[in-house]
Design a protein around this ligand. Sequence first.
Ligand SMILES: NC(=O)c1ccc[n+]([C@@H]2O[C@H](COP(=O)([O-])OP(=O)(O)OC[C@H]3O[C@@H](n4cnc5c(N)ncnc54)[C@H](O)[C@@H]3O)[C@@H](O)[C@H]2O)c1
Length: 370
Amino acid sequence: MTALPGPTLTVDPTRLHAATAAFFGALGVPEERARLAASALCHGDLTGMDSHGVFNLGRLYHPLLTSGRARPAAEPRVLNDLGACLLLDHQRALGLWAAAESMDLAVDRARRHGVGLVSVRGATHLGCAGFHAARAAEAGLVGLVASNCGGQRIAGPPGGRPALLGTNPLSVAAPALPGRPFVLDMSTTVVPTGRVRVAAANGEPVPPGWLEDEHGEPVTDPAAFDQGKARLRWLGGTPDTGAHKGFGLGLTVEVLAALLSGAAVGPAPEALAGEGRPHGTDDDIGLLLLAIDPDVLRGDPGAFAAASGGVFETVLNCPPLTADQPVRYPGWWEAERAAERRANGVPLPAALHHELTALGLDLPTLEARR
Ligand SMILES: NC(=O)c1ccc[n+]([C@@H]2O[C@H](COP(=O)([O-])OP(=O)(O)OC[C@H]3O[C@@H](n4cnc5c(N)ncnc54)[C@H](O)[C@@H]3O)[C@@H](O)[C@H]2O)c1
């Protein structure tokens, strides 16, 4: 979870969704698409993954759509349809919408074949990978989403100087307990860049372990990242504690999402001339959207759901080390937070609320109504 800086204002989640959809609509995104894209974006704000919610509307999606790097009404094109698997070119359609549609397509194929695999090139930023993977879990299937960052390079290999890969998110979702699916949703670097920037804006140090200097020593000043004096670590931390596993996961996403589909890749020869600081752009992103229908696979409807319920119930019942910190599985706290925010409103930093209002979003605050 990311805590955004400063005093907060609270907005009604339905109004936030409607205003976001209207914003996309005003930029030429067809109405139905705009609604689905708004759901994908507001998922970040509802679940507490705030670094990938409306925080990115003005910073990322507005310039993407107005510059033409994303095309609001583009129709994804089928390049190859083999039944259980498809190769698509998203043609720079808005990734928040197109990734969700592609996962729904994977689910549809999995219901017929047991597995549905949609490989995508020409994609744009999909937001929270977990929003799209969870669509499979909501349908009773297992979902996997991998996204590279096109030619955007943010993190270098352990022991290597230039940045070669993006923060390459990976998500796996599955039905678990009622209303509480398993949703592992993460960057393959120790954190996404958004969380470093949030800390910098907040004037707060980051924990040792997120950033390192050119000698591999920990850096806790988040401003050092954008100054080019620190770089993100991979999951696993340092070479001694498993950084190669995180780097390997980042490369795994590159293989699954970009090499399979023919999208742009981070480790292209021109990357070697780059510095340790981020370089390149996240155009022509590659995605993998995979759905597996356990009932079709096993031929025993309900068996997977029952077993999965047992596994995740056991995780919940694991005695905690400290009484006030119960053991939960990935996706649990996000579902809890979404339920709470649906009931009580979504907190937005005042500065972000101001920015969104200036962009034309109609967002009355709950505080103003009291
Ligand atoms: N589109 C992109 O290019 C891009 C790139 C990087 C990240 N992202 C997105 O950024 C978002 C944030 O990523 P992140 O790496 O900061 O996620 P995070 O560190 O907040 O969470 C990672 C995972 O850990 C689980 N988790 C966290 N605390 C837990 C606890 N106490 N108990 C059990 N499980 C717990 C969460 O449920 C989640 O599945 C994600 O939605 C990701 O898809 C997108």
